[in-house]
Design a binder for this molecule. Structure first.
Ligand SMILES: [Cu+2]
Length: 538
């Protein structure tokens, strides 16, 4: 069909212009460092005994001021909070959560009806995934295990209302977020995200900065309309001439950075050591964090818990879903105002106004008592998967193609989400997964159930491969960065690169997923199921 045009302006462009006039996009940049960093609350269990800890956590709609000069924003959050409350548990503590959907029946963000399981299903579907958790399959938040308000309707893979988290894993910073098929990007954008901390004795024995000196930082990007509401695009840029409206977008970058739910906040600190558990919970945006004082971070942990020993780093690379555990020592910086900066743009050239700042530390508090915490030389032994007995090596291609509307369609192994399962490791097997990125963009790949070890990256001739299918390596085998040498559940695969990881598929059998953690990719259609098979299964 030929696009209808009015004096050279296409109908689709006109339509999006009219939409922008109805809800005016916020064009000014909000003033930085005017609100203090919120301290994330820890949720209290409903019941607790020697057998288990039970929580009831409800997803609710509410309005909250996210910046001094912004009207309250409509949000969806766990327990009516943005971000949701911290769930703080001990290793081996048996936790149950009744996740309740108390949300309205209509979504307030644009839904694309052409994505999997969207058309014909209720608009507001939710399901919760504990990211980085070794969770039984019926509590892992399978995308088709969704449920609506009051469990009135449930998805085809819905199995239980109360989720079980055995927490049989080492101390680590995990996070929980929505994972409903086809609408994860907008459910998370609406606010359905929170942190989950597992603690253990080994970590406690290290005397790291703790209590008020251990602070989670949950970083996300957002854009706003003049009335304070969240802006999320209804069309790619430029808009589709002839395609679904609203449509999924190939990526999303907000022009405003929030930490713990406040726009560009500040934190007043004492001249001493602090531990920060940092999570990048953005849909697409990655960060290259540094401190404008020129000082280093002491990285002590990553996705799957503590590293073997601290690593001194000037910059921290964080793609969506990654966690970094760092100590910052402010003791030599009394009186200084230090900005946590970001060195990379998102979806376009770097814009200092919108991209360069994350938050500010004000070293203006007096020391309450002597800082006796330490940065240990060694943190402990890493329980890495054994490489002596690799049962299977899988070649897993990240592929770019196009749908019938001309939109980019990114796939794994060239299959759609609902194609039959092809990856079936046996329970207890150790496998090498080779992610081969034949697209032009980096993708943060996440595997549920396991914490893996990154073995190496290696560049190949992308053009030659895409033309002839011949795999020719063009560079040496590169070891993972020191920051990525611990246990990971998400690893970024640069374009034209093969990244090898090794994982032991345990302790549960059943159906899980692996996917790109750019949420706009995950929803369309860069996600695949995998089955961990019992030895007795065929
Ligand atoms: Cu991706």
């Amino acid at each position: 069909m030929r696009p209808i045009t009015l004096r050279g302006i296409s109908y689709a462009t006109l339509k999006s212009l009219v939409k922008e006039l109805i809800v005016m996009r916020l064009r000014r940049t909000l003033e930085k460092f005017v609100d203090s960093l919120p301290k994330l609350k820890t949720v209290k269990p409903t019941r607790k005994d020697s057998q288990k800890t039970f929580y009831e956590i409800a997803m609710k709609e509410f309005h909250e001021k996210l910046h001094r000069d912004l009207r309250p924003t409509r949000l969806w959050g766990y327990e009516g909070m943005f971000p949701g409350p911290i769930i703080d548990v001990r290793k081996d503590e048996f936790v149950e959560v009744l996740w309740k959907n108390e949300l309205p029946s209509r979504h307030f963000l644009p839904i694309d009806q052409t994505l999997h399981s969207v058309a014909g299903n209720p608009e507001v579907r939710t399901v919760v995934h504990l990211h980085g958790g070794a969770t039984p399959p019926d509590s892992d938040g399978y995308p088709d295990a969704w449920f609506t308000n009051g469990f009135a309707e449930t998805g085809p893979d819905f199995r239980r209302r109360i989720y079980q988290y055995p927490n049989e894993q080492r101390a680590s910073t995990l996070w929980y977020h929505d994972h409903a098929v086809g609408i994860t990007r907008i459910n998370v954008y609406a606010g359905l995200v929170g942190m989950y901390i597992v603690r253990d004795q080994q970590e406690k024995s290290l005397n790291l900065p703790g209590g008020d000196y251990e602070i989670p930082l949950l970083i996300q990007d957002r854009s706003f309309n003049e009335d304070g509401s969240l802006f999320y695009p209804t069309q790619p840029d430029p808009p589709l001439e002839d395609g679904p409206d609203p449509s999924v977008v190939p990526f999303y970058c907000g022009d405003t950075i929030l930490v713990n739910g406040k726009v560009w906040p500040y934190l007043e600190v004492e001249p001493r050591k602090y531990r920060f558990r940092i999570l990048n919970a953005s849909n697409t945006r990655n960060f290259e964090l540094s401190l404008d004082s020129g000082q280093s971070f002491y990285q002590i942990g990553s996705d799957g818990g503590l590293l073997a020993k601290p690593v001194k780093v000037q910059t921290i690379d964080m793609h969506p879903a990654e966690r970094v555990d760092v100590i910052i020592d402010f003791s030599q910086h009394e009186g200084e105002y230090i900005v946590l900066t970001n060195g990379v743009g998102c979806g376009g050239p770097f814009d200092p106004e919108t991209d360069a700042n994350v938050m500010q530390f004000r070293v203006n508090q007096s020391l309450i008592e002597e800082d006796t915490s330490v940065i240990p030389k060694y943190l402990g032994e890493l329980p890495l998967p054994s490489k002596h007995n690799i049962q299977t090596i899988r070649h897993l291609k990240l592929v770019g193609s196009q749908d019938k509307y001309g939109r980019p369609l990114l796939l794994l192994t060239n299959r759609m989400w609902d194609d039959p399962v092809t990856e079936k490791p046996r329970l207890g097997d150790t496998e090498i997964w080779m992610f081969m990125n034949t697209t032009a963009f980096a993708h943060p790949m996440h595997v549920h159930l396991v914490q893996f070890q990154v073995l190496e990256h290696q560049a190949f001739d992308l053009d030659l491969y895409n033309e002839t299918g011949k795999l020719v390596f063009t560079g040496p085998i590169i070891a993972p960065s020191k920051s990525d040498r611990g246990l990971k559940d998400t690893i970024t695969v640069p374009p034209g690169t093969v990244t090898r990881i090794v994982a032991k598929f345990a302790p549960y059998a059943g159906r899980y997923v692996w996917h790109c953690h750019i949420l706009e990719h995950e929803d369309y259609d860069m996600m695949r199921p995998f089955d961990v098979k019992r030895r007795s299964d065929n």
